[in-house]
Design a protein around this ligand. Structure first.
Ligand code: 2HG
Ligand code: ZN
Length: 473
């Protein structure tokens, strides 16, 4: 039943009441202490909506455990009382996966923020689920290493959230996504059983890799409480170039040639003229070039030796237009802003519908050219913004000017992706936003296998029951 007032508030309507038995609430208070069970409206509010403002739910209580023991105790209470819970980190997920859309208890993990000293010999670090991505990057840098996962929400996003969603980001091209960095996890499964493999053994071939399974399980199988993360070499030389192109197809071809030519390539990010203009308007930035171009690729290379000449030579072999190059840190981040600030700039237009899709590279340019027309033909007034990690084939499609619960636009974009043999989620996950579209990327047998895993590890169905798996499968 759609709540008629929902559009005015600019959020999706809440579909279930948020209630919990008084005895369950009392036991939660026993488990984590009264100060860490938030029930007052003004205390809960920040935990009930996502960063974009598209997803807003309601919870009877936000529970904030301090450690794994307390997480296990909360899980036990919820299981006994049949109270569903939604694990939540920094609340920067973009698919409604950490928001109590159906009245669940919120299990916020931010207090588990321990960051252990870096193990320099193993090039690894063990961190609590609540540690921010930027805090891991900082300890890695202080130890002369680097944490490879990086994206704009780094200061708020938590490691637990990035493991649960297998977050991608800007450096996947060179280092892989979060799953590639996770050497092991500690977790409390929905069954109440514990998993703890934090030794960081590179070779450990003793059966199911539960860490890999939990990574990307979106809080439906277990609650990740800590992770052992791989660190990578901190290359001393780094260069960023912003390269303009007359069209997206030429940009995609150029990136393919750079991937072959440059061992140092670390990121290749695409954006378009409309998005660049929006970012410049929103934040008062001067455009990078006098001329306007259809497509831009921000490329970063890093190595033990200065990669600038190699990058310049590789750029020169392509049909590039204007080029801006930055080697010092502040000019590099000035160029990165044109790309990273897309998310913030788009949100100034109201809560967008966000799609983080992958399409085969051979059809990426056609997809980017075609999708805005298909969207506009279906929903008048809708505007489509496209950018993304072009080296990975990952396009972020943002659509503004559409009511939060108007799913016509979801259907247009996601079916176009499926027709092209792409994936409906490259890196943000399925959450509650895309559960009903999972069949576009997964077969019935695969969904049944996932459902069987869910039943085995979360037999009471308390963990994030509305995320990832479509209802009734
Ligand atoms: C990024 O690549 C993030 O900047 C966010 O994945 C994408 O805002 C988005 O749609
Ligand atoms: Zn992204």
């Amino acid at each position: 039943m759609v709540d008629a007032g929902a559009h005015d508030r600019g959020v999706l309507p809440v579909t279930a009441p948020a209630r919990i038995e008084a005895s369950a609430l009392a036991e939660l208070v026993d488990a984590v202490g009264p100060r860490n069970v938030l029930t007052a409206d003004h205390d809960r509010a920040a935990y009930e909506r996502d960063w974009t403002g598209r997803f807003k739910g309601r919870t009877p209580a936000v529970v904030r455990p301090a450690d794994t023991e307390e997480v296990a105790a909360v899980m036990e209470v919820c299981r006994r009382h049949g109270a569903a819970l939604v694990p939540q980190g920094g609340n920067t997920g973009l698919v409604g996966g950490g928001v109590p859309m159906a009245g669940e208890v919120v299990l916020n993990l931010r207090r588990l923020a321990t960051v252990e000293p870096v193990d320099v010999v193993a090039r690894q670090v063990t961190v609590g689920a609540g540690a921010s991505v930027s805090s891991v990057q900082a300890v890695a840098a202080a130890a002369g290493l680097r944490y490879a996962v990086d994206f704009a929400a780094r200061d708020s996003a938590t490691v637990g959230g990035t493991v649960a969603t297998n977050a991608g980001g800007m450096r996947v091209l060179r280092h892989g996504g979060t799953r590639e960095q996770v050497m092991g996890v500690e977790a409390v499964l929905g069954s109440g059983q514990r998993v703890r493999r934090l030794q960081g053994l590179v070779k450990d071939n003793t059966g199911y890799h539960l860490g890999s399974l939990l990574c990307g399980s979106e809080g439906t199988l277990g609650v990740v409480t800590a992770a052992r993360l791989r660190l990578v070499t901190a290359h001393p030389h780094r260069v960023v170039a912003l390269v303009a192109f007359a069209d997206v197809a030429t940009a995609v071809e150029a990136v393919a040639s750079w991937r072959s030519a440059l061992d140092t390539l670390e990121a290749a990010e695409l954006f378009l003229d409309g998005g660049l203009a929006l970012v410049c308007d929103a934040f008062g930035l001067a455009p990078p070039f006098v001329d306007r171009w259809a497509a831009y690729v921000l490329v970063e290379a890093a190595g033990h030796h200065d990669p600038t000449d190699g990058l310049a030579a590789a750029v020169a072999t392509t049909d590039a237009g204007d080029v801006a190059v930055a080697t010092d840190a502040s000019r590099r981040s000035a160029l990165w802003r044109y790309r990273e600030d897309h998310t913030l700039a788009i949100n100034t237009l109201g809560p967008p519908h966000k799609f983080d899709v992958t399409v085969p590279l051979g059809v990426l340019a056609a997809f980017v050219d075609e999708v805005p027309h298909r969207v506009a033909a279906r929903v008048s007034g809708a505007r489509t913004w496209l950018f993304g990690h072009v080296g990975d084939g990952n396009v972020h499609v943002n659509v503004t000017g559409v009511a939060p619960d108007d799913e016509r636009v979801d259907e247009v974009v996601l079916t176009a992706v499926a027709e092209l043999g792409g994936s409906i989620s490259a890196e943000h996950g399925i959450g509650t936003a895309k559960a009903r579209w999972l069949h576009l990327s997964r077969s019935d047998d695969e969904i049944a296998a996932m459902r069987a895993l869910k039943r085995a590890l979360d037999p009471d169905g308390v963990l994030n029951p509305n995320a990832l798996l479509p209802r009734g499968t």
